[in-house]
Design a protein. Sequence first.
Length: 150
Amino acid sequence: MVRSATEQSPAFYAGCIAWAAGCWWLIRNGLGVIAFVGTILAAIFTVGLREKWDGETTDSAYNVFNRGGKAILGSLTGDQVDAQLRGGFQNGSSQSGPVGDAPLATTKSTATTTQKLSEGDKLKRRSAAAAAAERRLQQQAQEAEKSKQS
């Protein structure tokens, strides 16, 4: 005999009758709170807290308005996070943006840039950075002196 998906078995109805009898007995003996809590817990574990029931085929708003599953403009994708953690896009290659239409800005990491520099250029950059740091330190000292005077 074939039953439909919504038809319950006789064992289900026997279990419901046994549960109702057990709850009635608990309530009659002053343990109604235990019957109530037990009913709630049994409902959670049997029926569940699901949002979508078996056989329900409705789409979510994301699926309805975003056919094809493209990333929404402005959203952060896993590929973007991975690229950022790995130091940006290497070797000037571009990857598509969040929607797939516009390419993202390409960046070269400082590691690849410094590898192409000669030792003389590296030395010039280091001395320029040291000079800039020294100027910044002198400027901060002057500002601190002015604030003491006022």
